[in-house]
Design a protein around this ligand. Structure first.
Ligand code: AMP
Ligand code: ZN
Length: 470
């Protein structure tokens, strides 16, 4: 049976449609996801977007695309400059702390890091060159204060992503014109002239010392690493306007080519139904969640499973407990099905077994339908557990489930984690093995209790003691 084509919602067209790569061979897909501003630890809302981006990346690979993925780190803006000055650290040293922290948290969440993760400040010459091109084309102008602005009325398509009415924006511009150094209210900064608050942060340019605006970073880095046009560009929903709208304007005004084929936006994570904010004290980092005794894997599950990426997701601690329960169920099943597959040399190829693969394809091909994907998994678990209870599942059938799980998990990224056994628990386990060998069951029971007191559960099976976290 032919595999279904991978379909994704496109914010630009407002429709679900197939990915049609620019690559004439149809193999390579270029993906740019706007990266974090590294002035502080990223919160779990930011990571909802990056986990969804990771799901997309893994889904593309599942459909055999070669993914070329770039994500920048924004290491120069008002917040990074302010933070570094408050800490009395050079900008580079200050942002390196949060770059490392982000990568560590991403690893906890089993996010596959993009092929390239440049810092914005490593590419200032590319940004200057792009701004110069816009100035030459009269799509940008130098204001009286020495900053450079993009002129949005030089780009009639402005507003195409968010379906904004440029005429209305222009009226607003005329009304407020006097109050602005820029010509129009919608005009946005490409190059910011140096001011005293910038301290020693600044680069020389044809317009004097200054620094790039945020929007130009993504256009310049995307073009530098992936070419003038890319297949998929993503980020959180708040980036649609003005950030992505501005990226389109700058890029297309400079190259005359459509910048992006497919726009991917992730809706926001709420906490207990509310927007995350410091004043509500509901802004959690990955570290906060780990400190409460949850694992990165449980957080990944909660961020993935609560809702499709295109819908708001409500984070609750109950949701974290539910994630723990769901993962325990998956792990228990995985262990059982693995044992049942022992001895099978080839997987069963009956229609029912092949259908396991088909069902993964169908769920993920429909705009990353996570509910269907997890629904499929829990149906497998119910059906195969029942067959195992009844003794009707053959080893080749169990192997088919196991292989299907491996393919599914390459997308979900949940994996079965090898839990490190603490040395004190291992000592008790070894003593218990010796006691059982000597048929000293009273001692074996005592040791079981001691193991349980340390938070572990031991089960006696034909293959020996099986240990799990209680
Ligand atoms: P920033 O570091 O502020 O540029 O944000 C990094 C990414 O996180 C961007 O793609 C934002 O759109 C995204 N983001 C910010 N807040 C949330 C949230 N509450 N839920 C999901 N994504 C978010
Ligand atoms: Zn961006």
């Amino acid at each position: 049976m032919p595999r279904p084509a991978f379909q994704l919602y496109n914010t630009m067209t407002r429709a679900v449609g197939p990915i049609v790569p620019l690559d004439p061979a149809g193999k390579r897909v270029t993906l740019y996801v706007c990266g974090p501003t590294i002035y502080d630890y990223a919160h779990i809302g930011n990571f909802r977007t990056y986990v969804a981006g990771d799901l997309l990346r893994r889904a593309l690979k599942h459909f055999d695309y070669q993914v070329d993925h770039v994500m920048q780190f924004t290491d120069v803006d008002d917040k990074t400059i302010r933070g570094s000055r408050e800490k009395n650290l050079p900008l580079r040293e200050y942002t390196a702390i949060y770059r490392e922290a982000f990568l560590k948290d991403a690893k906890e969440l089993n996010i596959q890091v993009a092929e390239r993760t440049p810092n914005a400040t490593e590419h200032i010459p590319a940004m200057i060159a792009l701004i110069q091109k816009l100035v030459d084309k009269k799509a940008a102008y130098v204001s009286d204060d020495g900053s450079v602005y993009f002129r949005i009325n030089a780009f009639p398509k402005y507003g195409c992503l968010c379906h904004l009415d440029l005429a209305n924006l222009m009226t607003g511009a005329r009304v407020s014109q006097d109050e602005y150094e820029k010509e129009g209210v919608g005009d946005f900064v490409l190059w910011k002239k140096w001011v005293a608050a910038d301290g020693d942060v600044g680069w020389d340019s044809p317009w004097g010392k200054g620094r790039p605006g945020w929007h130009i970073e993504c256009s310049a880095l995307s073009m530098e690493h992936l070419g003038s046009q890319i297949d998929i560009h993503g980020g959180g929903t708040d980036l649609r306007f003005p950030h992505h709208e501005n990226e389109i304007a700058q890029s297309e005004a400079a190259t005359g080519l459509p910048f992006v084929r497919h726009w991917f936006h992730v809706e926001h994570l709420l906490v207990d139904g509310q927007k995350m904010s410091k004043s509500l004290r509901n802004m959690y980092t990955v570290r906060d969640v780990l400190q409460r005794g949850y694992s990165g894997r449980e957080l990944r599950y909660a961020l993935l499973s609560g809702a499709n990426y295109a819908k708001n997701l409500n984070f609750t601690w109950q949701g974290m407990d539910d994630a723990r329960t769901a993962l325990a169920r998956i792990d228990e099943w995985h262990k059982r099905i693995k044992a049942a597959a022992t001895g099978a040399t080839a997987a069963d190829e009956s229609a029912a077994s092949l259908n396991l693969f088909q069902s993964i394809d169908e769920a993920i091909a429909q705009d990353l339908n996570i509910n269907d994907l997890l629904g499929t998994l829990f149906t497998w678990i119910r059906t195969s557990n029942k067959a195992l209870d009844e003794g009707t599942l053959t080893p080749p059938q169990a192997l088919a489930y196991l292989q299907a799980w491996d393919r599914l998990d390459a997308i979900l990224g949940l994996g079965e984690v090898a839990v490190a056994i603490p040395p004190e628990v291992q000592t008790l386990i070894d003593e218990r093995a010796a006691a059982r060998q000597a048929k000293n069951f009273a001692k074996s029971d005592e040791l079981r209790k001691a193991i349980e007191a340390l938070g572990w559960k031991v089960k006696d099976t034909a293959k020996g003691q099986e240990l799990s976290k209680s």
